[in-house]
Write a protein that binds this ligand. Structure first.
Ligand code: G3I
Length: 485
C-alpha cells in the first residue's frame, strides 16, 4: 500500500468514527424532517463506520430531480462520473478541453464531502474520432497529452483514476483487446498511460478496470499477470477495478478469492460498476435472488481488507444503461424506477452491518404477528393515522399503507392489522412483514425506522384474495390503536 494512501485511509477511519458518533447522537436528540437529506441509517453511514466506500455513478443533470438528489446526498460517500470525465466529454477536439460536466461532478463531490473517483482516462469506447484516426506515434503523444490534461485538471481532487479501461479481450484468449491503442502503439501503451497518470497526479491511486473479471478466469488472470509484472518492474499501479456488471443468480463463487489474489500482489481492489440485471418486468423471485447476489458481492468485498469499497453503476433502474444495451433486461440497481428501495437495498444495508430491522429495544426478536412489540417512543392511543389503499383484481391485490405518527418520535415501528376475508400476503416492500392466519405485523426495514412526530412512513405489499378484499378494520402502531384516515 502506498504511504500517502495509508494516511488517507487512516484519516478516513478517524472521520468515520466522528461521523458514526455524530450519527448516534443525532438519532437520540434530533427530530429530522421527513425527506431530510441524511437518513438516520443509510448505506453511507454504514460504510463510513466500516471505513469503506459506497459509491454511485453520477449523471449530473439528474441532480435536478429531487428524489435522485436526496438519495445521492444521503446514501453514498463516493461519486464517479458515469460519462462526464471520459475522453469524448473532456477533449472532443484535440487540445481543447471541456470540463463543465466533469466539474459538475467534482463540485458535487466536494460540496457533499464525498470522495471523487475518476473514470476514465483511456478507453477504446467513447473515444473521439480525431483520436481514433491518429497514427501510432501521434496517438501515443495524444494519449499522454490527454492524461496530462484531464488528470492534471483534477489533480488533488480525485482519490483514484481508472487509468485504463477494458484493455483485455473477451473470451478465453487471455490476450489484449484489439483496440486502436493496442494496434497502433503495441503492448507498451498501458504502461505509458500509467506513467503519464502518475506524473499528472502523483497523489491519485492508479487503477486498471475491466468487466467479466470478477471471478478467476483467463481475462482476470491476464490482468493479474500485468499487475504482477508492473509491480516487479516498478511501473506505477495501485489498484484494480472489477466492474461487476452481473446477471441475476450468477455471482462468481470465487469472487472473494479473486479479489484476494490481486490484493496479495500489493494493490487495492474495488467493485467499480456493480449492477445485477434480470429479465423485465422483474419477478419477486428474481428480486429476492438479486438481493442475495448484492449481499454476496458486498460481503466478498468486506472480507478482503484491501477492498476499498463498492460502487453501483447508477441509483435508479429508471436511468440504468442496461435496457438500451440488453433489450428486455434491466431492474439491475437497488432503487426501482420510482426510487423505491428494492430488496437488494436492504441486502446491501445488512451486508454493511445494518441488518437490524427490529426496533432497537427488541434487537433479537423476529416479528411475531400476534404480539406487537412497542418500540421506543410508543405513541399514546390516537397518536397515529393510517390510510390503506388497495388495488384489487380477480384474485390478487396490492396495498399501500401510509402511517402518520402524531405521537413521540419513533426509532422503530410495528404496524399491526387483521384481514377478514382470508387474504394472504405474498411479498412486501419497505417493511419486514409476517402473517399468521389473519394477523399481520409489519415492521420497519433497516432504513425507515425513524419517524419524527408528524412524519409519515409508508410500505406496501402484494397478496391474494378469494374474490372479496375488504380493508382491515383497525390498525395499530407499536401496539397503540390508530385512527383510520
Ligand atoms: O450525450 C449524447 C446525447 O447528446 C445524444 O442525444 C444521445 C443519443 O443517443 O447520446 C448521448 O450519449 C450517450 C451517453 O451514454 C450519455 O448519455 C451515448 O449514446 C451512450 O452510448 C452512452 O452510454 C454510456 C456507455 O458507457 C458508453 O459506452 C452509458 O451511459 C454508461 O453507463 C456506460 O458506462 C460504461 C462504463 O463507462 C465502462 N464499463 C461499462 C459501462 C456500461 O456500458
Amino acid at each position: 500500500m502506498r504511504i500517502h494512501h495509508t494516511s488517507r485511509r487512516a484519516r478516513s477511519a478517524v472521520l468515520a468514527t466522528v461521523l458514526a458518533a455524530a450519527t448516534a447522537l443525532a438519532v437520540g436528540v434530533t427530530v429530522s424532517r421527513p425527506g431530510a437529506a441524511e437518513a438516520a441509517t443509510s448505506l453511507k453511514s454504514l460504510a463510513d463506520a466500516k471505513g469503506r466506500d459506497i459509491g454511485f455513478a453520477l449523471a449530473p443533470d439528474r441532480l435536478a430531480e429531487s428524489a435522485y438528489k436526496q438519495i445521492a446526498d444521503s446514501e453514498f460517500n463516493l461519486v464517479v462520473a458515469e460519462n462526464a470525465m471520459k475522453w469524448d466529454a473532456t477533449e472532443p477536439t484535440r487540445g481543447q478541453f471541456t470540463f463543465a460536466q466533469g466539474d459538475a461532478v467534482a463540485d458535487y463531490a466536494a460540496a457533499g464531502g464525498k470522495k471523487l473517483y475518476g473514470h476514465t482516462l483511456v478507453w477504446h469506447s467513447q473515444l473521439p474520432d480525431w483520436a481514433s484516426g491518429l497514427s501510432g506515434p501521434e496517438l501515443l503523444q495524444a494519449m499522454k497529452a490527454h492524461i496530462a490534461g484531464v488528470a492534471g485538471h483534477y489533480r488533488g481532487k480525485v482519490v483514484a483514476w481508472d487509468v485504463v479501461n477494458e484493455a483485455f479481450a473477451d473470451g478465453g484468449s487471455g490476450g489484449r483487446r484489439d483496440s486502436v491503442f493496442q494496434q497502433r502503439i503495441g503492448d507498451g501503451w498501458i504502461e505509458e498511460a500509467f506513467r503519464a497518470a502518475r506524473a499528472a497526479d502523483p497523489a491519485a491511486d492508479l487503477c486498471i478496470n475491466d468487466y467479466s473479471t470478477d471471478g478467476v478466469n483467463a481475462k482476470s488472470t491476464a490482468i493479474y499477470n500485468l499487475v504482477r509484472d508492473f509491480k516487479a518492474r516498478g511501473v506505477p499501479i495501485d489498484c484494480v477495478g472489477f466492474q461487476a456488471h452481473l446477471i441475476v443468480g450468477q455471482v462468481p463463487g470465487d469472487l472473494q478469492a479473486n479479489l484476494q489474489r490481486f490484493a496479495d500482489l500489493g494493490v487495492d481492489v474495488r467493485i467499480t460498476e456493480l449492477d445485477i440485471r434480470m429479465p423485465t418486468p422483474p419477478t419477486a423471485a428474481n428480486l429476492a435472488t438479486q438481493a442475495a447476489d448484492y449481499r454476496k458481492v458486498v460481503t466478498a468485498c468486506l472480507a478482503v481488507s484491501r477492498c476499498a469499497g463498492v460502487t453501483t453503476w447508477g441509483i435508479t433502474d429508471r436511468y440504468s444503461w442496461i435496457p438500451q444495451v440488453f433489450p428486455g433486461q434491466g431492474a439491475a440497481l437497488i432503487w426501482d424506477d420510482n426510487y423505491a428501495p428494492k430488496p437488494a437495498y436492504q441486502a446491501v444495508a445488512e451486508a454493511l452491518g445494518g441488518g437490524v430491522t427490529a426496533p432497537p429495544s427488541t434487537p433479537n426478536t423476529s416479528p411475531s404477528p400476534t404480539t406487537p412489540t412497542p418500540g421506543p417512543g410508543t405513541p399514546v392511543p390516537g397518536g397515529c393515522v393510517v390510510s390503506y389503499v388497495p388495488n384489487s383484481w380477480n384474485n390478487g391485490f396490492t396495498a399501500e399503507v401510509r402511517v402518520r405518527n402524531d405521537g413521540p418520535a419513533l426509532t422503530g415501528w410495528t404496524v399491526g392489522f387483521a384481514f377478514t376475508a382470508g387474504q394472504q400476503v405474498t411479498n412486501a416492500w419497505n417493511t419486514t412483514l409476517a402473517q399468521s392466519g389473519a394477523q399481520v405485523l409489519a415492521r420497519n426495514a433497516a432504513w425507515n425506522g425513524t419517524v419524527p412526530t408528524g412524519g409519515t412512513v409508508s410500505f406496501g405489499f402484494q397478496g391474494t384474495h378469494g374474490g372479496s378484499n375488504p380493508n382491515p378494520a383497525a390498525f395499530t402502531l407499536n401496539g397503540a390503536t390508530c385512527r383510520n384516515g
